[in-house]
Design a protein. Structure first.
Length: 206
């Protein structure tokens, strides 16, 4: 089984048809990749070691919800997906991190990878929602202060668990606003792939 980023993307698409779920996976991957690069720098990794660590973070982000469309119940997700990953020989660290991103699994988040996935999952979704309510639908028009304000609005993106966002930043040892800013910047750098460039981005230059 191809356990590269390309292999993860193929597996995700095999199980997921929803464009919004695919975009969510890409958004989480984007934030995870950025944190993977930061962790690699902190560890002083270079060359192949660095590339492997960063890809592990990215792949974990891509695959964390790959089973959700077919198996959305609390009894099945992410347990079915993790069984499939085990059968295909994906690394235990990735599988454990994916289990840990669901609080109800009871699996503790002990690695930096697992803590990063939990910290990025809900926030990536929330930043996407904040972008899509902008008149431009552009993530470049989203600011940290606005995100914090929206977090207090319980009617907005009510499916996003604010407590998980706060708890995730705490487990990662990052200030909440710094965490929001870091993920926001990562998603802005990948705005085209995420479909969050906004209406203005496609307008002809004058």
């Amino acid at each position: 089984m191809d356990q590269s980023r390309d292999g993860a993307w193929a597996l995700l698409n095999e199980y997921t048809q929803s464009a919004s779920l695919l975009k969510h996976a890409l958004a989480v991957e984007t934030c995870m990749r950025a944190y993977g690069e930061r962790e690699a720098d902190a560890l002083g990794l270079t060359g192949e070691e660095r590339a492997q660590l960063v890809e592990r973070y990215a792949v974990t982000g891509l695959l964390h919800d790959f089973d959700y469309e077919r198996y959305p119940s609390l009894e099945d997700h992410p347990f079915v997906g993790v069984r499939i990953l085990a059968e295909q020989g994906w690394p235990e660290e990735i599988r454990t991190a994916i289990l840990g991103h669901a609080e109800y699994s009871g699996v503790p988040r002990e690695t930096h990878l697992a803590k990063t996935l939990f910290a990025c999952d809900e926030l990536a979704g929330f930043l996407t929602a904040c972008s899509l309510v902008k008149p431009t639908k552009s993530i470049f028009d989203v600011e940290v202060a606005g995100v914090r304000k929206k977090m207090k609005d319980k009617a907005f993106a009510r499916g996003v668990n604010r407590e998980d966002i706060v708890k995730g930043a705490g487990e990662l040892g990052v200030e909440l606003e710094a965490h929001i800013a870091f993920c926001l910047e990562a998603m802005q750098r990948n705005a085209a792939a995420l479909g969050l460039e906004g209406a203005a981005a496609s307008a002809p230059a004058v």
